[in-house]
Design a protein around this ligand. Structure first.
Ligand code: ZN
Length: 150
């Protein structure tokens, strides 16, 4: 299960709305405890793709900087997010072809001219052939956080 705190949720909603009709992308930082992942920060990346209306390409330097910055823990790069302008919150064929690490969360945000519509989270298969949908709880209150770390 993935728990998404309010602050990163709001940051993602604002970013994907601002970049519409282009795809927006960024990295997710947080902590992992067994099967549970707590996303506490979303860091926006420029979309470096040649065709940003239909593809996304993260700034590789951002990933390196964040990995360096989180080396001491407890936070780490848990995954990334990107938006589907006028599309569904599920992986596209392009996304399947773009799997390069099996243990990163893919958070996909459906966005229209009216802003964020829907969000869903996925984990790639180990053989990179597809995705499994993962439970996403994106309305985390303080008390639920305590339960997470018990
Ligand atoms: Zn996509």
């Amino acid at each position: 299960m993935i728990l998404l705190l309010q602050a990163p949720r709001a940051a993602i909603a604002a970013h994907v709305a601002a970049d519409y009709p282009h795809e927006a992308c960024g990295l997710l930082l947080g902590q992992r405890k067994g099967e549970k992942m707590l996303v506490s920060e979303a860091v926006a990346s420029p979309n470096l793709a040649d065709d940003p209306a239909h593809r996304f390409e993260m700034d590789p330097g951002l990933r390196l900087r964040l990995q360096k910055a989180t080396r001491q823990g407890p936070e780490q790069v848990l995954g990334h997010y990107h938006s589907h302008p006028d599309g569904p919150a599920r992986p596209s064929a392009t996304d399947r072809a773009g799997i390069y690490e099996a243990d990163l969360i893919w958070l996909i945000a459906a966005v229209t001219t009216d802003g964020l519509q829907d969000m869903a989270a996925y984990l790639p298969w180990a053989d990179h052939g597809g995705f499994d949908k993962v439970d996403l709880n994106d309305a985390i209150e303080g008390c639920a956080l305590n339960e997470f770390f018990l």
